[in-house]
Design a protein around this ligand. Structure first.
Ligand code: BGC
Length: 737
């Protein structure tokens, strides 16, 4: 620990030294000049972010608001901007923000679905399109990407992130930041990104939103920080603090996180905003006495802008007079805010062209990209030879998610208009003679009175496709669930359709991994589509018909039962890992003696494994992995590990496989995960084609925060697997000297 602190001090000294010698950029000079003219009241105004539009004109004119959120009407935005630019004393423009989470008008799959593509390029493209559409309406700042590692599907916000793996999370986060911001923040289509929620919010105990988290410093560093660090290094313009507390300290008042780590250790120079009233909520946490105290704690911890607590605007001037917050802290915060406004070119171009969005929203190429992303995001979970339904003529379409244009957009799709959504029902009608029987009106519907009708319809069809899942409102913020089975009578609907004896395809459209084991038993095939967005219908119709082939892989472990949560593939081993001999409930004799039933780590009812592992996903074709070979089995710490293997398409369709490289550090100074994803690649092969794939992994990427809290590669024995999911593959050993 001591060595680590010394390292931090050294870094801080170097950072200070470089600040004093580096020539100031034009923007820094402009910021200094403007700052020197500002009163304390005007500075505090910049630190205040409020929700709303036209009714904030007066505050804007008085320079009492630095940023607004939740207004997307270009005329209203221009009105507020005009007040700020033309009526306030210094004419500082407003920064307009919005939660553009997976598309603005053209809605892409929810971020968890985007992660299932394992395709950073399509994710970057989606973020770019979101930026083009949002900026056309006057929005220049989005609160995305959400980087919270989520290992408990009961937490409703798993929908908003990239799932359970730090490496995938970092790659997807960087792709989004690049897509939103483009090459240069000053481009009018550049949307400043906000990496959130710093940090550990996804580890809410019990999956209950806003709940306490218990994360050690080492876990923070090894698991929760990496995506933030990677996106900070990729140039993310802003960062949002999280609602949760860690080890008793709410993030919004956590100086260690916001100053020591973010600024001193990582050297990041962007702008920090609170989450919605997360400063104010430090009172409910019992960390602050009152609103004034929250402002003092948040600013001194390193927050620059206050979202919706009203604490800064009311109390900061008093706090400065009382000496509880220094003007230096205020200048630091305002400097970060003004710098971003200059970088975005807001001083030169504060207004939005009020006619622009009508020409840009839902452009054909946006819809095409959204469809491609939805195709890649769907995960084929089961297929007993029925998909694709290429031979069928007449199909039954049923289920509450078949024609639910609003629901298929998923959570945080404020600006997507359901009139533009194409549902699976509409798209399948282009491909088949469709018999349409909804069966249930919405996902929580328990009324089974139409089921007999649905079954009769199924017997008249060549096959049945049942669209089940979750309404948009069942996942997302504050939408945690303790039971993850399909809601309402949806499982019963699948079972009823199965009674007709025709091939049954279940399509699950949901915001999280649901526990679908009992439903798998009643269908011949299952496609899992995390809320797929505007073009979900055509994407799913192409997959069902066989015009497209599934390639998505699970970004989270799928559970047998919610009671298994949290469950993730890259866990540490216990001292008693399962040895393959599970004694399950039905194996236990009545009046059994007090034996320990094998003494390994598993549940008596659900066993050791999950339903489906991270990284899992089938295709219409099959792939065979050859045994991987390493170029060198002994490597130095500066070497690059090279692993090659043959991948062969052994089926009848052209398809894309996401080949994955996992590594285990077999013995560490602290216990290491059983496997960690280190590389992946989407490989497209024609039937019968094979290719040699090579993964290159610098040994330096095997570093972790060790017993001395140093980030190092520890020499020793390692093991790797190359496979189509996190539970397969033939192990190959190598050594780092
Ligand atoms: C959420 C954030 C979001 C903010 C602004 C909060 O409730 O936690 O993720 O960006 O609201 O809408």
């Amino acid at each position: 620990m001591k060595r680590f602190l010394n390292a931090i001090m050294l870094i801080s000294v170097l950072a200070l030294a470089s600040c004093s010698t580096e020539p100031k950029s034009d923007i820094d000079r402009k910021v200094d000049e403007l700052l020197s003219k500002m009163t304390l009241h005007e500075k505090v105004g910049q630190m205040n972010q409020l929700s709303g539009g036209a009714w904030l004109v007066d505050q804007a004119a008085k320079g009492e608001v630095g940023s607004i959120l939740n207004c997307v009407d270009p005329a209203e935005i221009n009105a507020v901007q005009k007040a700020a630019v033309e009526e306030s004393r210094l004419g500082i423009p407003i920064l307009v923000s919005r939660d553009v989470i997976h598309g603005f008008r053209t809605i892409f799959p929810i971020p968890l679905g985007q992660a299932a593509t394992f395709d950073p390029a399509i994710v970057e493209k989606g973020a770019r399109i979101a930026a083009v559409e949002a900026t056309a309406s006057g929005v220049r700042w989005t609160f995305s990407p959400m980087l919270d590692i989520a290992r408990d599907p009961r937490w409703g916000r798993v929908a908003e992130g990239s799932g359970e793996d730090p490496y995938l999370d970092a790659l997807m986060g960087v792709a989004m930041v690049k897509g939103y911001q483009g090459d240069d923040l000053s481009d009018p289509t550049s949307l400043a990104a906000c990496i959130k929620h710093f940090v550990g919010y996804g580890a809410a105990e019990g999956g209950r939103d806003y709940n306490t988290t218990m994360i050690s410093e080492r876990s923070l560093r090894n698991t929760y920080f990496p995506a933030f660090k990677a996106t900070a290094e990729a140039g993310a313009a802003t960062l949002m603090t999280s609602f949760n507390e860690i080890d008793g300290i709410p993030s919004t008042g956590n100086k260690w996180l916001l100053k020591d780590i973010l600024r001193d250790e990582w050297g990041w120079d962007g702008m920090v905003v609170t989450d919605w009233n997360s400063a104010g909520e430090m009172i409910a946490h019992g960390f602050s006495r009152d609103l004034k105290h929250t402002a003092e704690q948040a600013i001194n911890a390193g927050v620059d802008m206050d979202m919706m607590s009203y604490g800064f605007i009311q109390y900061v001037e008093e706090l400065v007079k009382e000496g509880k917050v220094s003007e230096k802290e205020i200048d630091r915060a305002v400097r970060n805010i003004l710098k971003l406004k200059f970088e975005l070119g807001l001083f030169e171009n504060p207004y939005v062209d009020e006619t622009a969005s009508a020409k840009i929203d839902y452009a054909p190429e946006h819809l095409e990209a959204a469809k491609q992303c939805a195709i890649e995001s769907a995960v084929l979970i089961k297929n007993d030879g029925v998909l694709p339904l290429s031979g069928a003529k007449t199909i039954l379409v049923t289920g509450p998610l078949a024609d639910a244009p609003y629901e298929q957009m998923g959570t945080w799709a404020f600006d997507g208009q359901k009139e533009h959504t194409v549902t699976p029902l509409a798209a399948l009608r282009q491909e088949y003679d469709v018999i349409w029987e909804p069966g249930l009106d919405y996902s929580r519907d328990k009324d089974m009175s139409d089921f007999a009708k649905v079954r009769r319809a199924a017997s008249r069809a060549d096959a049945a496709v049942v669209f089940v899942g979750e309404e948009a409102i069942l996942s997302g913020e504050a939408h945690s669930l303790s039971n993850l089975n399909l809601q309402g009578a949806q499982s019963e609907l699948i079972a009823e359709v199965a009674k007709a004896g025709k091939p049954v395809v279940a399509v699950v459209i949901a915001g999280r991994p649901l526990t679908i084991e009992r439903d798998l038993a009643n269908c011949d095939a299952m496609l899992y589509s995390f809320h797929p967005g505007t073009m979900g219908g055509p994407a799913l119709a192409d997959l069902i018909k066989g015009k497209a082939v599934p390639s998505g892989k699970l970004p989270m472990t799928f559970l047998r039962d919610a009671g298994q949560a949290p469950f993730y593939y890259n866990h540490n081993n216990s001292g008693r890992p399962c040895n393959g001999t599970e004694t399950l409930l039905n194996d236990i004799p009545i009046a059994a003696g007090q034996t320990s039933l094998g003494c390994t780590s598993y549940y008596l009812d659900t066993g050791y494994g999950p339903l489906l592992p991270f990284g899992y996903g089938l295709s219409y074709t099959t792939f065979e992995y050859g045994k991987p070979s390493v170029e060198k089995a002994e490597l130095g710490r500066d070497d690059v590990l090279k692993v090659s293997f043959e991948l062969k398409n052994t089926g009848k369709y052209e398809g894309t496989e996401v080949a994955q490289l996992y590594v285990q550090d077999k013995v560490g100074s602290v216990v290491r995960p059983v496997r960690e994803l280190k590389r992946f690649e989407r490989v497209t092969l024609a039937p019968g084609e094979s290719r040699t794939v090579t993964f290159e992994l610098p040994v330096s990427e095997l570093a972790f925060w060790n017993i001395d809290m140093e980030y190092v590669v520890e020499p020793g024995d390692f093991r790797l697997w190359v496979a189509g999911d996190s539970a397969s593959g033939t192990p190959v050993d190598f050594i780092v000297k």
